[in-house]
Design a protein around this ligand. Structure first.
Ligand SMILES: Cc1cc2nc3c(=O)[nH]c(=O)nc-3n(C[C@H](O)[C@H](O)[C@H](O)COP(=O)(O)O)c2cc1C
Length: 328
């Protein structure tokens, strides 16, 4: 069944705003949304001007970011009463979209991904603040695992030895990244593009309990805690790793959708999150991130989860910059 009701300009803005609120590497926002000629769907394109080629030469993080925007579009589509039929990386002539979202059918369920996810899109921010030592409840962990699984991605909450291993690899990668001048100048270019970025606060995540101190990157314009004493951070961070069986662009788009689905669900439950990406940016630390016991899994993203203050909102490009006008 189709509604055959064309998307209005208001619908298109709502969809693009939701997509544009997604998290992205360096807040690069590497997406463009193009209405289909019949106005019954949207194409999601990568914006090559927003790529981060030194830190992300294969476009893996770019696809993860676009996947997150795509998941927000699906949630927003349900909010508009439409079913989102997604085709990833459709083949064809010309410039290829990362995804085509058919929005011609009415939604089968009002909130297909869980309650209040649409509101969570605007409420979700990276939180790089100290978290408390409160554990994420088992039942919520199980729901986060199921949310990722529904997108074809495995979420694993790490045990203590895994957390220490990942923190050590993140620190090692951070050191190598900081010593790489080309990469450093690329990051600074992103900082300049966003006037409200005022630097990369190298905050220590960690505590007296372990050696690994993990610098975190912030793009909110409010460097939160580089002066925060390490002792104020949670004793042992709660880290989750997202892995996929294969490592192709479609897997990266799925990872982004899973990350955002997990992050929005976490937000609904008052759980905060931030990304620790350094170790996946370097091939050999990325390889060592995977737990050999998991078989041929590819590490895609590390999320730090916990309870604490919300992160600050970070800037976004205006809708006019990310939404193409419908073709006549
Ligand atoms: C692929 C990817 C990698 C990221 N890497 C990091 C990171 O290493 N450190 C960090 O603090 N945030 C990281 N982020 C979060 C972004 O900086 C953040 O999403 C962006 O600045 C927008 O802010 P928001 O999440 O509050 O909306 C990453 C996000 C994505 C999607």
């Amino acid at each position: 069944m189709t509604t055959e009701t064309a998307l209005t300009a208001t619908d298109l803005r709502l969809l693009a705003e939701a997509g544009g609120a997604a998290p992205s590497l360096h807040n690069s926002q590497p997406w463009r949304f193009r209405p289909t000629p019949d106005l019954l769907g949207l194409e999601v394109h990568a914006d090559p001007r927003r790529a981060v080629p030194v830190a992300d030469p294969d476009g893996r993080a770019l696809h993860i970011s676009i996947g997150a925007a795509l998941f927000n579009l699906r949630v927003a589509a349900a909010h508009l009463g439409r079913e989102a039929g997604v085709r990833l990386l459709p083949a064809g002539a010309g410039v290829q979209p990362c995804a085509v979202v058919d929005l011609s059918a009415p939604a089968r369920a009002p909130e297909p991904f869980g309650k209040d996810l649409y509101r969570a899109i605007a409420a979700r921010h990276s939180s790089r603040q100290p978290f408390t030592n409160r554990d994420v409840p088992e039942a919520l962990v199980a729901d986060l695992i199921s949310a990722a699984q529904a997108e074809g991605v495995t979420l694993t909450m790490l045990e203590e030895h895994g957390v220490r291993r990942v923190l050590a690899l993140t620190s090692e990668a951070e050191g190598r990244i900081a010593a790489d001048l080309t990469r450093e100048s690329e990051t600074r270019r992103w900082l300049r593009l966003e006037p409200s970025y005022d630097g990369i606060p190298l905050a220590a995540l960690g505590s007296h309990d372990h050696d690994a101190r993990v610098p975190m990157r912030s793009f909110t314009g409010h460097p939160p805690h580089h002066t925060t004493p390490a002792g104020r951070f949670e004793a042992l961070p709660q880290l989750a790793i997202l892995t996929t069986h294969f490592d192709h662009p479609a897997d990266w788009l799925r990872t982004g959708q899973a990350m955002e689905r997990v992050w929005l669900l976490a937000t609904v439950h008052g759980l905060r999150a931030s990304v620790l990406h350094q170790a996946v940016e370097i091939p050999d630390t990325r390889w060592r991130l995977r737990d050999p016991a998991d078989g041929p899994a590819h590490a895609q993203l590390v999320l730090r989860l916990g309870y604490g203050p919300p992160g600050a909102a970070s800037p976004r490009r205006p809708v006019e910059d990310i939404l193409d006008t419908p073709q006549a």
